[in-house]
Design a protein around this ligand. Structure first.
Ligand code: AMP
Length: 508
């Protein structure tokens, strides 16, 4: 394959770089890394990977804290034609055992503190182990310091794998989503155009980089645009507001926006230099959207995607950014809503299963051909597992995961509809509606509600507020007031945890 035809994501990311001195990443500690340095460092690490026996198509499993070197390791792996496999830093050794034995990497890179435990697991699949600490130092970078920065980017085709990301697996075994070079490159390029990224942009990057949001959306989009990003280890509202004075874009999960809103320093003045606030990975409450607009004068741009598909839809850059909606299908991507039983497309405004087709959609689940087959329609659409609708104006709305649908007395109850009613009540911060086993109804609709302190919200007041607004079969049988909802690191409410906590409440 000629270099011109090289579909390797790394090649495409940096093809035509005109100014190697341009800054790509700035760290909290004040380090500035140029595009040229990033490429050279990726060359050194790619050489180390090859010297450790990593071959084209091999998996490199990585569980390390976020650092510039961590991002470089991703770039180097892709550059060497291997498959990058990031793992959530919260996973325990017990959990890592599954991921490592399932994916059979030839190399595992981990935090020095975990090296001993991981070595025992890696030995089972004959994988080598290198270390990389939160400070960007470890056996991997020690070796890279001695290696040549020159490395010929391995030629790859569009459909060859660049990464495997395991899904969060809240309902069963976590599955490895296989993403190709073109899945990643095409989606990032689309987002650069759709969100008008240029080399003048400075992105505040406070997301983890083991997940599609921080790794692919935030990092790839920035690099494709030759923009700069400020790498922060985590959400730090005071610091982020300070950085807004010289930044242009923030990408966050909804928790970022609720936490920033709690900060008195957030204002029109402090966000004046910013041009875009993007939210995704979990639903942004319509209230949060409105409050953000009122406080800052910026409408948050909400988008929708998933590990398996990269980004599918986005609210428009210029048109109306509708609170509670995730916008239009991105260019080149088809989205349809179907009847979950028959698979037939439903009319606009009707609720059903969201299905997606396009160059963004993954190649299947790692070593799960049957599972992969069952999640695709014959005409190539991927069944996302998300319930939703497309409204009259063409905006997509997400009503939650199909598995979170409550079936009570034989009727479908969409949690989002009830949550929206409860969330709109005075004194309520947010809510989660779940189905809990019920002897008479199959599942009993149950609401878990977070309210403002001393707001006087109670089970009785919530039920009273819903009375007459919802059909009887949708009415919660019980309402529980709690201090907070359980969330994972991407800000998603863990309904499985709630279902487990309340599983016995209707037991006779
Ligand atoms: P993940 O694979 O971890 O990125 O999770 C993907 C899932 O997150 C999707 O299937 C949706 O259920 C949910 N999700 C992502 N973005 C949004 C959004 N903007 N609104 C509602 N749900 C979302």
């Amino acid at each position: 394959m000629s270099q011109a035809a090289n579909a390797n994501l790394f090649f495409r990311l940096f093809d035509g770089l005109d100014d190697p001195n341009r800054i790509a990443i700035e760290t909290q500690g004040g380090r500035h890394i140029s595009y040229g340095e990033l490429i050279a460092r990726a060359g050194q690490i790619a050489n180390v990977l090859v010297s450790r026996g990593v071959k084209v198509g091999d998996r490199v499993a990585v569980q390390v804290e976020k650092s510039v070197e961590n991002l470089v390791l991703y770039l180097a792996t892709v550059r060497a034609g291997a498959v990058y496999l990031p793992l959530n830093t919260a996973y325990t050794l017990n959990e890592l055992d599954y991921f490592i034995t399932d994916s059979e990497p030839s190399l595992v890179v981990c935090d020095p503190a975990k090296a001993e435990g991981i070595a025992a697991i890696a030995a089972k699949v004959k994988a080598k182990v290198e270390t990389l600490g939160p400070n960007g130092k470890g056996s991997l970078t020690d070796a890279a310091d001695q290696a040549s920065p020159v490395f010929e980017t391995v030629a790859r085709g569009n459909d060859d794998l660049a990464a495997i990301l395991y899904t969060s697996g809240t309902t069963g075994r976590s599955k490895g989503a296989m993403l190709s070079h073109d899945n990643l490159a095409s989606n990032s390029k689309t987002l650069v155009d759709y969100w008008r990224f240029t080399d003048k942009d400075v992105l505040i990057h406070a997301l983890p980089i083991y997940h599609t949001h921080g790794l692919f959306v935030a990092s790839n989009v920035t690099l494709f645009a030759r923009a700069a990003m400020i790498f922060l280890p985590r959400l730090d509202p005071d610091l982020i507001i300070k950085l807004m004075a010289r930044s242009t874009v923030l990408m966050g999960v909804p928790t970022f926006y609720t936490r920033l809103l709690q900060n008195p320093a957030l204002s029109k003045e402090t966000t004046r230099h910013m041009r875009l606030f993007v939210s995704g990975s979990a639903p942004l409450l319509a209230d949060t959207h409105r409050e953000w607009s009122a406080r800052t004068g910026h409408a948050v741009l909400e988008r929708y995607g998933m590990t398996e598909t990269n980004m599918n839809t986005s609210n428009p850059y210029d048109g109306e950014r509708v609170p509670g909606a995730v916008g239009y299908p991105l260019p080149g991507i088809s989205v349809r809503v179907t009847d979950p039983e028959t698979g037939k497309e439903v009319a606009r405004e009707n609720i059903g299963m969201i299905e997606v087709k396009g160059p963004n959609v993954f190649k299947g689940y790692w070593r799960m051909p049957e599972k992969t087959k069952s999640e695709f329609r014959d005409d190539g659409f991927f069944i996302t597992g998300d319930l939703g609708k497309i409204d009259d104006k063409g905006y997509v709305h997400i009503l939650g995961r199909g598995k979170d649908l409550v079936i009570s007395g034989g009727f479908n109850v969409y949690p989002k509809e009830i949550e929206s009613e409860i969330d709109a009540m005075p004194g309520v911060v947010e809510s989660a509606v779940i189905g809990v086993p019920h002897a008479d109804f199959g599942e009993g609709v149950t609401a878990v509600v977070v309210c403002h302190r001393d707001a006087g919200v109670s089970e009785a007041s919530v039920l009273q507020g819903l009375d007459g607004r919802l059909a009887k079969f949708k009415m919660p049988k019980r309402v529980f007031i709690v201090d907070e909802l359980p969330r994972n690191t991407m800000g998603k409410v863990q309904k499985n945890v709630l279902r487990e906590a309340y599983k016995d409440i209707y037991a006779k």
